[in-house]
Design a protein around this ligand. Structure first.
Ligand code: TAP
Length: 483
């Protein structure tokens, strides 16, 4: 049985996505039932309505998927030339483009993010990752990673719910381009676009077993991490789970890359173009409801302009439209799950209890679903939990500074080191600051820009390894002949 969900008010621009009432696991090129017969519900977080029943993979299913990936690696994928692998990646990229509206609607229904973000950012950037990596597939010996870099074999990949298809693309595109086969576990709350991607793999005639999708909760991810025949684990998610995976993998032959949390500083100097900076602050923290590992969740603003910047920011926040993610005018959509909403609520309560001042623009939140208003905390001290811990929600903590030295010290004063933003008219100041910030990505006079050519990844507790660009290829290759 399938139900139809409609998107876009104008009949001529209507696009429709079919959602099956239940989904199996994608193993060896086909959808199969889970061995334990178990399933879980995925819901629309904006309405709490059930979208579908999804198979829950146990250790036996994960084993089956790893075997399928191993077979595909040995019999097919490792025997193809780079140019032939590239053709499949190009085909997948084109199919993602052709089916972009279907993917965008499904992503928004399953995740709660505004349709204009899935449509303009998530899906096009996912397709761009496949195009970019398709281009590398037959040029790996020119990537500066040694004369004949080799694939690692079978890769286990575990991804979070905040950019479901985009995180899948960040993982699968480089793995396939470099000649590996994949078993991927999407997040429990957002499995649907990964399953639609499985359909795209079939449509592209990708050889069976090259991509396998095992849906389930944390235990499914753990079974994948523990499987002895996996050559590499690539994980994106929380720092706590990342640490436990690192412990599990320690002492085994598995390679590991980790993309974990962040607490980015968005630094505004007194010579910054203020209106542009305010837009950058809004995009930095309210894009995807702030559920972004590199979100600009700490605003560091120079004291002499702080009052003006905060005033303009508050005025701008009053114009944000919070509500139905399927409405293309919506700026802030739903929080992905009840659990995430509870975490945001608890941390913001801690912010008030520790003495920071809380502010939100007047906005009516829908009755059903998981919602949190855009929120700004002023009077934040560096020791406050809202200045140290990742909230992963539409919540901005404002701190001030007087000198560049103070800005650097405050920006670097968290356990994380994923990203940062600098707003200033002076190029020399931007370069000097970028040098001193312990962040894997530093944006200048912009924020939350993503491009497949550009490596992304963290320092400190934000993880290790890079995704994207030439550096991202290294994570999937044996460049020293040691594997
Ligand atoms: P996690 O709870 O860490 O979940 C991430 C993925 O790991 C999910 O698929 C999850 O399954 C699975 N998982 C949970 N426990 C596991 C275990 N013991 N072994 C193996 N896999 C396990 O994070 P989340 O709540 O989904 O995502 C939010 C966090 O991810 C934030 O902290 C955010 O900063 C981080 N994040 C980082 C980045 C980058 S690029 N650095 C990007 C996005 C998100 P379930 O879905 O069933 O829990």
């Amino acid at each position: 049985m399938t139900r139809k969900f409609e998107y876009a008010p104008a009949p001529e621009s209507r696009s429709v996505v079919d959602i099956a009432s239940s989904y199996g696991l994608f193993i060896g090129g086909e959808f199969v039932d889970p061995s334990g017969g178990k399933s879980f519900k995925t819901i629309n977080p904006a309405t709490e309505e059930q979208l579908a029943d999804v198979a829950e993979a146990d250790a036996a299913d994960v084993d089956k998927a790893v075997r399928a990936a191993r077979r595909a690696y040995e019999r097919t994928w490792s025997r193809l030339s780079g140019a032939e692998r590239g053709k499949y990646l190009f085909r997948i990229a084109r199919l993602l483009q052709e089916r972009a509206r279907e993917f965008a609607v499904l992503e928004t229904l399953d995740n709660g993010k505004p349709i204009k973000e899935s449509r303009d950012v998530d899906i096009p950037t996912a397709a761009a990752h496949f195009f970019y990596h398709a281009g590398w597939a037959d040029k790996l010996e020119y990537a500066g990673l040694g004369p004949s870099p080799r694939a690692l074999g079978v890769v286990g990949q575990v991804i979070p719910w905040n950019f479901p298809l985009l995180m899948l693309a960040w993982k699968i595109a480089p793995a396939l381009a470099t000649g590996n086969t994949v078993v991927l576990k999407p997040a429990e709350t957002t499995p649907l676009t990964a399953l639609l991607f499985a359909d795209v793999c079939q449509q592209a005639d990708l050889p069976a077993g090259v991509v396998n999708i095992v849906t389930g909760a944390g235990a499914t991810g753990q079974a994948l991490v523990e499987h002895p025949d996996v050559d590499k684990i690539a994980f994106t998610g929380s720092t706590d789970v990342g640490k436990s995976i690192a412990r599990t993998v320690a002492g085994t032959r598995k390679r590991l890359t980790l993309e974990l949390g962040g607490k980015a500083a968005n630094i505004i100097f007194d010579d910054a173009p203020v209106d542009q900076a305010v837009e950058g602050i809004v995009n930095g923290i309210f894009f995807n409801q702030g559920q972004v590992c590199c979100a600009g969740s700490r605003l560091l603003v120079q004291e002499s302009v702080a009052e003006d910047v905060i005033h303009r920011l508050q005025r701008r926040l009053g114009t944000l439209r919070v509500g139905d993610p399927m409405d293309k005018n919506t700026d802030v959509g739903a929080i992905n799950s009840a659990a995430q909403l509870a975490r945001i609520t608890a941390l913001t309560a801690a912010g008030e209890a520790e003495g920071a001042t809380r502010w939100s623009p007047p906005c009516e939140l829908p009755e059903h679903g998981f919602w949190f208003p855009p929120t700004v905390f002023t009077g934040v001290a560096q020791t406050h939990r809202i200045a140290q811990e990742e909230i992963f929600g539409p919540v901005l903590s404002v701190l001030t500074f007087r000198t560049p030295d103070e800005a650097v010290a405050k920006a670097n004063n968290t356990p994380y080191g994923l990203s940062a933003g600098i707003w200033s008219e002076k190029g020399s100041r931007i370069l000097a600051m970028a040098d001193r910030l312990r962040a894997g990505v530093v944006w200048a006079n912009t924020f939350n820009r993503f491009d497949p050519t550009s490596p992304f990844g963290g320092y400190k507790e934000s993880g290790y390894g890079r995704e994207g660009g030439r550096h991202g290829l290294a994570a999937y290759l044996d460049t020293e002949g040691t594997h």
